[in-house]
Design a protein around this ligand. Structure first.
Ligand code: GGG
Length: 327
């Protein structure tokens, strides 16, 4: 039976970069069955549900999922999709590549973002006309599971250790629990783990990104700090990600729907194509994943490039250039 890949483009430029990633996957050789799923703002308007149950089920049952971008309905789309694949960690590499005008060309980071709780756990309330509240959820079990993943990631990637970013000096109970759980697991496993306050990290990573390699973060901090790192390496069009669970995973560019350029055919497909490389490796196609990454890197170096990287090429031009290097 061919491996089933759920393809959920979502909103805005997700509808342009996801087909680009699928074209690249089709050019790699392994036999995949691509099954399309609908989700997002337009689907919400048409059907009343941003994530129809059949799309949730598709992601929950497919071998892997390729997602594009979420728009206004992000909370109703990407958070449940991550739940559908059982994801507990969002792996977000932020790397500078030759040929891309990067603020910090020495940047080579991977964020391991907690993916189930924190302030994204959905416990928001409007208590009055003047007052809204949000409950932040942090469990030892989810923090330890993330730390276990981080220790394995560090071992497999032969890193010296990892940093844990937190704000436990202010959020003593929640980030204190997160920090203690992560450091506890690292100590038990004999993995070097250095703590850093997340606000200090934001400055230090801009000034000295090569001081960091693997950074473990609570959910919101991981979302924000990885976007900050995107600014060091050429912008949001550059960062891929993998939402990993015990049995399944969902791959998506870090960027959102970019309504300002949606429909113009000029979105940078690099993040989606790098996400496809991560998907291939996740499914055990290491050689093909490496080939996609190398082809994308060559195109970034030699062109064509989309306008966000200073070029005038279209999404299709870049995709065709990558595909032609895979033949
Ligand atoms: N492809 C990533 C995406 O759609 N991002 C929009 C967004 O708001 N994401 C929230 C999150 O990553 O938790």
């Amino acid at each position: 039976m061919p491996t089933e890949i759920a393809v959920i483009p979502g909103d805005g430029i997700g509808r342009e970069v996801t087909p680009a990633a699928v074209s690249v996957l089709k050019a790699t050789g392994p036999e995949f069955e691509f099954v399309d799923g609908k989700a997002g703002d337009r689907v919400a308007t048409e059907t009343g549900a941003a994530l129809p149950s059949e799309t949730y089920d598709l992601a929950a049952e497919a071998d892997a999922t390729l997602f594009g971008a979420a728009g206004e309905t992000a909370a109703d789309v990407i958070l449940p999709l991550r739940e559908a694949v059982g994801s507990f960690v969002n792996v977000r590499p932020a790397r500078a590549y030759p040929g891309v005008d990067s603020v910090r060309p020495e940047t080579d980071l991977v964020f391991l973002r907690e993916n189930t709780e924190g302030v994204y756990s959905g416990h928001e309330s409007r208590l009055s006309g003047d007052l809204s509240t949000l409950t932040r959820v942090v469990t030892t079990s989810a923090s330890e599971r993330l730390a276990e993943f981080a220790c394995e990631y560090v071992d497999e990637g032969e890193y010296e250790g990892f940093h844990v970013a937190h704000k436990a000096n202010v959020m003593r109970e929640t980030d204190g629990r997160f920090r203690d759980a992560v450091i506890g697991v690292a100590d038990d496993r004999g993995v070097d783990c250095e703590e850093v306050l997340m606000d200090a990290f934001a400055t230090r990573v801009c000034l000295e990104p090569d001081e960091f390699a693997v950074v473990v973060c609570p959910n919101l901090a991981g979302d924000v700090l990885s976007d900050l790192a995107a600014g060091l390496v050429g912008g949001l069009g550059m960062l891929p990600s993998a939402n990993v669970g015990p049995d399944r995973a969902l791959f998506e560019p870090v960027h959102g729907s970019a309504p300002d350029i949606a429909g113009e055919g000029v979105a940078n497909p690099a993040a989606a194509i790098f996400s496809a490389a991560m998907l291939l490796e996740y499914l055990g196609h290491d050689e093909e994943g490496g080939a996609v990454r190398e082809a994308m890197k060559t195109v970034l170096s030699e062109g064509p490039r989309t306008p966000d990287l200073g070029g005038d090429a279209s999404t299709d031009d870049v995709t065709e250039a990558v595909v032609s290097r895979l033949d």
